[in-house]
Design a protein around this ligand. Structure first.
Ligand code: NAG
Ligand code: NAG
Ligand code: NAG
Ligand code: NAG
Length: 283
Protein backbone atom coordinates (compact mmCIF):
# COMPACT_ATOMS: atom_id res chain seq x y z
CA UNK A 1 0.00 0.00 0.00
CA UNK A 2 2.75 2.40 1.00
CA UNK A 3 4.48 1.82 -2.34
CA UNK A 4 1.29 2.65 -4.22
CA UNK A 5 1.11 5.98 -2.46
CA UNK A 6 4.71 6.76 -3.23
CA UNK A 7 4.14 6.06 -6.93
CA UNK A 8 1.06 8.23 -7.00
CA UNK A 9 3.04 10.94 -5.36
CA UNK A 10 5.79 10.68 -7.98
CA UNK A 11 3.17 10.89 -10.66
CA UNK A 12 1.56 14.00 -9.22
CA UNK A 13 4.98 15.55 -8.95
CA UNK A 14 5.66 14.80 -12.60
CA UNK A 15 2.47 16.66 -13.46
CA UNK A 16 3.39 19.56 -11.21
CA UNK A 17 6.87 19.82 -12.74
CA UNK A 18 5.43 19.92 -16.25
CA UNK A 19 3.06 22.69 -15.19
CA UNK A 20 6.07 24.62 -14.00
CA UNK A 21 7.95 24.15 -17.29
CA UNK A 22 4.95 25.29 -19.35
CA UNK A 23 5.29 28.69 -17.69
CA UNK A 24 8.84 29.11 -18.96
CA UNK A 25 9.50 31.07 -22.10
CA UNK A 26 11.92 28.62 -23.65
CA UNK A 27 10.83 25.06 -22.96
CA UNK A 28 13.75 22.84 -22.09
CA UNK A 29 12.03 19.73 -23.43
CA UNK A 30 10.16 19.32 -26.71
CA UNK A 31 6.58 20.33 -26.17
CA UNK A 32 3.78 17.85 -26.73
CA UNK A 33 2.28 17.76 -30.22
CA UNK A 34 -0.90 16.33 -28.78
CA UNK A 35 -2.26 19.71 -27.72
CA UNK A 36 -5.57 19.81 -25.85
CA UNK A 37 -7.52 21.16 -28.83
CA UNK A 38 -6.06 18.52 -31.17
CA UNK A 39 -6.68 15.87 -28.57
CA UNK A 40 -10.35 16.70 -28.17
CA UNK A 41 -10.71 16.97 -31.96
CA UNK A 42 -9.07 13.56 -32.43
CA UNK A 43 -11.13 11.98 -29.67
CA UNK A 44 -14.43 13.52 -30.71
CA UNK A 45 -14.26 12.11 -34.23
CA UNK A 46 -14.19 8.44 -35.12
CA UNK A 47 -10.55 8.95 -36.04
CA UNK A 48 -8.98 8.43 -32.63
CA UNK A 49 -5.41 8.56 -31.42
CA UNK A 50 -5.10 4.77 -31.36
CA UNK A 51 -6.95 1.49 -31.70
CA UNK A 52 -7.76 -0.57 -28.64
CA UNK A 53 -6.82 -4.27 -28.51
CA UNK A 54 -6.94 -7.04 -25.94
CA UNK A 55 -4.44 -9.84 -25.47
CA UNK A 56 -5.03 -13.07 -23.55
CA UNK A 57 -2.29 -12.91 -20.92
CA UNK A 58 -1.17 -15.57 -18.43
CA UNK A 59 -1.74 -14.75 -14.79
CA UNK A 60 1.53 -16.18 -13.49
CA UNK A 61 4.69 -16.28 -15.57
CA UNK A 62 6.82 -17.90 -12.90
CA UNK A 63 5.48 -21.27 -11.82
CA UNK A 64 3.59 -24.32 -13.01
CA UNK A 65 0.79 -24.56 -10.45
CA UNK A 66 -2.53 -25.24 -12.17
CA UNK A 67 -3.73 -21.84 -10.87
CA UNK A 68 -0.97 -20.17 -12.85
CA UNK A 69 -2.54 -21.23 -16.13
CA UNK A 70 -5.40 -18.80 -15.54
CA UNK A 71 -5.52 -15.95 -18.02
CA UNK A 72 -6.86 -12.41 -18.14
CA UNK A 73 -7.53 -9.84 -20.84
CA UNK A 74 -4.74 -7.29 -21.07
CA UNK A 75 -5.48 -4.08 -22.93
CA UNK A 76 -3.06 -2.34 -25.28
CA UNK A 77 -3.38 0.63 -27.60
CA UNK A 78 -1.79 0.77 -31.03
CA UNK A 79 -1.19 3.45 -33.67
CA UNK A 80 0.34 2.41 -37.01
CA UNK A 81 -0.19 5.70 -38.86
CA UNK A 82 3.50 6.60 -38.89
CA UNK A 83 4.91 3.08 -39.09
CA UNK A 84 7.39 2.35 -41.88
CA UNK A 85 6.32 -1.31 -41.83
CA UNK A 86 7.82 -4.71 -41.14
CA UNK A 87 9.48 -4.93 -44.57
CA UNK A 88 11.58 -1.85 -43.67
CA UNK A 89 12.33 -3.14 -40.16
CA UNK A 90 10.81 0.13 -38.95
CA UNK A 91 10.97 0.52 -35.16
CA UNK A 92 8.33 -0.09 -32.52
CA UNK A 93 7.96 2.36 -29.62
CA UNK A 94 6.35 0.74 -26.61
CA UNK A 95 5.10 2.53 -23.51
CA UNK A 96 5.39 0.23 -20.49
CA UNK A 97 2.20 1.16 -18.64
CA UNK A 98 2.16 2.64 -15.14
CA UNK A 99 -0.24 2.03 -12.29
CA UNK A 100 -3.28 3.53 -14.02
CA UNK A 101 -5.62 3.61 -16.97
CA UNK A 102 -3.50 3.35 -20.13
CA UNK A 103 -5.71 5.74 -22.12
CA UNK A 104 -4.94 8.64 -19.79
CA UNK A 105 -1.25 7.81 -20.07
CA UNK A 106 -1.29 7.58 -23.89
CA UNK A 107 -3.19 10.85 -24.16
CA UNK A 108 -0.53 12.56 -22.05
CA UNK A 109 2.51 11.13 -23.82
CA UNK A 110 2.76 13.50 -26.76
CA UNK A 111 6.49 12.86 -26.87
CA UNK A 112 6.01 9.46 -28.52
CA UNK A 113 3.48 10.80 -31.06
CA UNK A 114 5.92 13.64 -31.78
CA UNK A 115 8.90 11.35 -32.41
CA UNK A 116 7.03 8.61 -34.31
CA UNK A 117 6.94 10.33 -37.78
CA UNK A 118 10.69 10.96 -37.77
CA UNK A 119 11.53 7.36 -36.86
CA UNK A 120 8.57 5.88 -38.80
CA UNK A 121 7.68 4.10 -35.58
CA UNK A 122 4.74 1.96 -34.60
CA UNK A 123 3.26 3.19 -31.31
CA UNK A 124 2.10 0.74 -28.67
CA UNK A 125 0.90 1.50 -25.13
CA UNK A 126 0.46 -1.56 -22.90
CA UNK A 127 -1.69 -1.40 -19.78
CA UNK A 128 -0.30 -2.60 -16.43
CA UNK A 129 -2.03 -5.64 -14.93
CA UNK A 130 -4.59 -4.82 -12.18
CA UNK A 131 -5.23 -1.34 -13.62
CA UNK A 132 -7.67 0.20 -16.07
CA UNK A 133 -9.37 -2.56 -18.02
CA UNK A 134 -6.60 -5.14 -17.49
CA UNK A 135 -8.02 -6.75 -14.38
CA UNK A 136 -7.31 -10.45 -13.71
CA UNK A 137 -9.90 -12.77 -12.12
CA UNK A 138 -12.53 -12.29 -14.77
CA UNK A 139 -12.16 -8.52 -14.89
CA UNK A 140 -13.69 -8.24 -11.42
CA UNK A 141 -11.77 -5.62 -9.50
CA UNK A 142 -13.34 -6.53 -6.15
CA UNK A 143 -12.12 -10.12 -6.56
CA UNK A 144 -8.70 -9.18 -7.95
CA UNK A 145 -8.03 -6.82 -5.05
CA UNK A 146 -9.55 -9.03 -2.33
CA UNK A 147 -6.54 -10.46 -0.51
CA UNK A 148 -2.86 -11.42 -0.59
CA UNK A 149 -3.47 -14.56 -2.64
CA UNK A 150 -5.02 -12.57 -5.50
CA UNK A 151 -2.94 -9.40 -5.07
CA UNK A 152 0.21 -11.52 -5.04
CA UNK A 153 0.00 -11.44 -8.85
CA UNK A 154 0.38 -7.67 -8.84
CA UNK A 155 4.14 -7.21 -9.07
CA UNK A 156 6.55 -5.33 -11.30
CA UNK A 157 8.24 -8.65 -12.13
CA UNK A 158 4.97 -10.09 -13.51
CA UNK A 159 4.23 -6.80 -15.30
CA UNK A 160 7.61 -6.88 -17.08
CA UNK A 161 6.97 -10.49 -18.15
CA UNK A 162 3.54 -9.38 -19.47
CA UNK A 163 5.22 -6.70 -21.60
CA UNK A 164 7.80 -9.19 -22.91
CA UNK A 165 4.98 -11.57 -23.89
CA UNK A 166 2.82 -8.93 -25.60
CA UNK A 167 5.75 -7.43 -27.53
CA UNK A 168 7.04 -10.80 -28.72
CA UNK A 169 3.60 -11.98 -29.80
CA UNK A 170 2.73 -8.71 -31.51
CA UNK A 171 5.99 -8.75 -33.49
CA UNK A 172 5.24 -12.31 -34.59
CA UNK A 173 1.71 -11.34 -35.67
CA UNK A 174 3.01 -8.36 -37.63
CA UNK A 175 5.86 -10.43 -39.17
CA UNK A 176 8.08 -7.74 -37.64
CA UNK A 177 10.52 -9.88 -35.68
CA UNK A 178 13.44 -7.75 -36.93
CA UNK A 179 11.90 -4.40 -36.01
CA UNK A 180 13.84 -2.87 -33.10
CA UNK A 181 11.83 -2.06 -29.98
CA UNK A 182 12.42 0.99 -27.78
CA UNK A 183 10.53 1.22 -24.49
CA UNK A 184 9.33 4.47 -22.91
CA UNK A 185 7.86 5.43 -19.57
CA UNK A 186 7.45 8.16 -16.99
CA UNK A 187 7.55 7.83 -13.21
CA UNK A 188 6.83 4.17 -12.29
CA UNK A 189 6.33 3.47 -16.03
CA UNK A 190 9.88 4.70 -16.60
CA UNK A 191 11.21 2.48 -13.83
CA UNK A 192 9.55 -0.40 -15.68
CA UNK A 193 11.03 0.75 -19.01
CA UNK A 194 14.56 0.85 -17.57
CA UNK A 195 14.13 -2.45 -15.73
CA UNK A 196 12.72 -3.96 -18.92
CA UNK A 197 15.90 -3.04 -20.80
CA UNK A 198 18.00 -4.60 -18.00
CA UNK A 199 15.93 -7.76 -17.70
CA UNK A 200 14.96 -8.33 -21.36
CA UNK A 201 17.85 -6.87 -23.39
CA UNK A 202 17.05 -9.27 -26.27
CA UNK A 203 13.58 -7.70 -26.65
CA UNK A 204 14.44 -3.99 -26.51
CA UNK A 205 17.41 -2.04 -27.82
CA UNK A 206 16.84 0.92 -25.52
CA UNK A 207 14.73 2.54 -22.85
CA UNK A 208 13.77 6.12 -22.12
CA UNK A 209 12.84 6.67 -18.49
CA UNK A 210 11.48 10.08 -17.60
CA UNK A 211 11.20 11.37 -14.03
CA UNK A 212 11.84 7.87 -12.72
CA UNK A 213 13.62 6.87 -9.51
CA UNK A 214 15.01 3.75 -11.22
CA UNK A 215 17.33 2.59 -8.46
CA UNK A 216 15.55 4.14 -5.51
CA UNK A 217 15.32 1.12 -3.22
CA UNK A 218 15.20 0.98 0.54
CA UNK A 219 18.71 0.74 2.03
CA UNK A 220 20.37 1.24 -1.39
CA UNK A 221 19.74 4.94 -1.86
CA UNK A 222 18.88 7.57 0.71
CA UNK A 223 15.16 7.84 1.33
CA UNK A 224 15.56 11.58 0.75
CA UNK A 225 17.16 11.27 -2.70
CA UNK A 226 13.95 11.80 -4.69
CA UNK A 227 12.96 14.84 -2.62
CA UNK A 228 16.48 16.23 -2.92
CA UNK A 229 16.33 16.02 -6.72
CA UNK A 230 12.89 17.67 -6.83
CA UNK A 231 14.18 20.43 -4.55
CA UNK A 232 17.21 20.96 -6.82
CA UNK A 233 14.90 21.17 -9.82
CA UNK A 234 12.78 23.97 -8.31
CA UNK A 235 15.85 25.73 -6.92
CA UNK A 236 17.61 25.71 -10.32
CA UNK A 237 14.66 27.66 -11.70
CA UNK A 238 14.28 30.11 -8.85
CA UNK A 239 15.79 30.42 -5.41
CA UNK A 240 12.78 32.45 -4.39
CA UNK A 241 10.32 29.82 -5.57
CA UNK A 242 12.17 27.25 -3.49
CA UNK A 243 12.09 29.49 -0.40
CA UNK A 244 8.42 30.39 -0.79
CA UNK A 245 7.41 26.74 -1.20
CA UNK A 246 9.46 25.68 1.77
CA UNK A 247 8.04 28.43 3.99
CA UNK A 248 4.49 27.58 2.93
CA UNK A 249 4.47 24.10 4.41
CA UNK A 250 4.24 25.09 8.11
CA UNK A 251 1.48 27.54 7.27
CA UNK A 252 -0.46 24.96 5.25
CA UNK A 253 -0.18 22.44 8.07
CA UNK A 254 -1.26 25.02 10.66
CA UNK A 255 -4.23 26.07 8.63
CA UNK A 256 -5.21 22.49 7.76
CA UNK A 257 -5.31 21.50 11.42
CA UNK A 258 -7.77 24.30 12.29
CA UNK A 259 -11.53 23.78 12.13
CA UNK A 260 -12.72 24.36 8.52
CA UNK A 261 -9.09 25.11 7.66
CA UNK A 262 -9.00 22.57 4.83
CA UNK A 263 -12.12 24.15 3.33
CA UNK A 264 -10.42 27.57 3.35
CA UNK A 265 -7.33 26.08 1.72
CA UNK A 266 -9.43 24.28 -0.88
CA UNK A 267 -11.08 27.57 -1.82
CA UNK A 268 -7.93 29.66 -1.88
CA UNK A 269 -6.13 27.14 -4.12
CA UNK A 270 -9.30 26.76 -6.22
CA UNK A 271 -9.32 22.97 -5.84
CA UNK A 272 -12.58 21.49 -7.06
CA UNK A 273 -12.48 18.19 -5.18
CA UNK A 274 -13.42 18.04 -1.53
CA UNK A 275 -10.94 15.29 -0.89
CA UNK A 276 -7.75 17.10 0.12
CA UNK A 277 -5.32 17.06 3.01
CA UNK A 278 -2.25 19.07 3.96
CA UNK A 279 0.14 16.52 2.39
CA UNK A 280 -1.55 16.56 -1.00
CA UNK A 281 -1.43 20.36 -1.07
CA UNK A 282 2.27 20.40 -0.26
CA UNK A 283 2.95 17.73 -2.92
C1 NAG B 1 -2.26 8.11 -34.75
O1 NAG B 1 -1.99 9.38 -34.18
C2 NAG B 1 -2.10 10.45 -35.12
C3 NAG B 1 -1.59 11.72 -34.40
O2 NAG B 1 -2.31 12.01 -33.26
C4 NAG B 1 -3.55 10.56 -35.59
O3 NAG B 1 -3.66 11.59 -36.52
C5 NAG B 1 -3.94 9.23 -36.23
O4 NAG B 1 -5.29 9.26 -36.60
C6 NAG B 1 -3.71 8.07 -35.28
N1 NAG B 1 -3.90 6.81 -35.97
C7 NAG B 1 -4.66 5.83 -35.52
C8 NAG B 1 -4.70 4.59 -36.35
O5 NAG B 1 -5.29 5.89 -34.51
C1 NAG C 1 -9.00 -14.46 -1.34
O1 NAG C 1 -9.96 -13.98 -2.26
C2 NAG C 1 -10.39 -14.95 -3.19
C3 NAG C 1 -11.27 -14.24 -4.22
O2 NAG C 1 -12.24 -13.45 -3.61
C4 NAG C 1 -11.11 -16.08 -2.45
O3 NAG C 1 -11.53 -17.07 -3.38
C5 NAG C 1 -10.15 -16.69 -1.46
O4 NAG C 1 -10.83 -17.66 -0.68
C6 NAG C 1 -9.56 -15.63 -0.54
N1 NAG C 1 -8.50 -16.21 0.26
C7 NAG C 1 -8.34 -15.96 1.55
C8 NAG C 1 -7.15 -16.62 2.20
O5 NAG C 1 -9.07 -15.23 2.18
C1 NAG D 1 -1.72 -12.34 -32.30
O1 NAG D 1 -2.68 -13.05 -33.06
C2 NAG D 1 -3.44 -14.02 -32.34
C3 NAG D 1 -4.31 -14.77 -33.35
O2 NAG D 1 -5.14 -13.89 -34.02
C4 NAG D 1 -4.24 -13.30 -31.26
O3 NAG D 1 -4.98 -14.23 -30.51
C5 NAG D 1 -3.31 -12.53 -30.35
O4 NAG D 1 -4.05 -11.78 -29.41
C6 NAG D 1 -2.44 -11.58 -31.19
N1 NAG D 1 -1.44 -10.97 -30.32
C7 NAG D 1 -1.45 -9.67 -29.98
C8 NAG D 1 -0.34 -9.17 -29.11
O5 NAG D 1 -2.32 -8.92 -30.35
C1 NAG E 1 16.84 -1.87 5.68
O1 NAG E 1 17.71 -1.84 6.77
C2 NAG E 1 17.07 -1.95 8.05
C3 NAG E 1 18.10 -1.74 9.15
O2 NAG E 1 19.22 -2.56 8.91
C4 NAG E 1 16.34 -3.28 8.14
O3 NAG E 1 15.65 -3.38 9.35
C5 NAG E 1 15.35 -3.40 6.98
O4 NAG E 1 14.73 -4.67 7.00
C6 NAG E 1 16.05 -3.18 5.65
N1 NAG E 1 15.07 -3.16 4.58
C7 NAG E 1 15.16 -3.94 3.50
C8 NAG E 1 14.05 -3.80 2.48
O5 NAG E 1 16.06 -4.73 3.30
Amino acid sequence: MATGFVFLWFFSFTLLSSTVSIAKITPRFPSSIVRPEQLSAALSTKNQLYKTKYFTQILDHFNFNPKSYQTFQQRYLINDTFWGGAHNNAPIFVYTGNEGDIEGIAQNTGFMFEKAPHFKALLVFIEHRFYGKSIPFGGHKDVAYSNASTLGYLSSTQALADYATVITDLKKNLSATDSPVVVFGGSYGGMLAAWFRLKYPHITIGALASSSPILNFENITSSYSFNNIVTKDFRSESENCYKVLKRSWDQIENKASQPRGLETLRKSFKICKNYINADSLEG
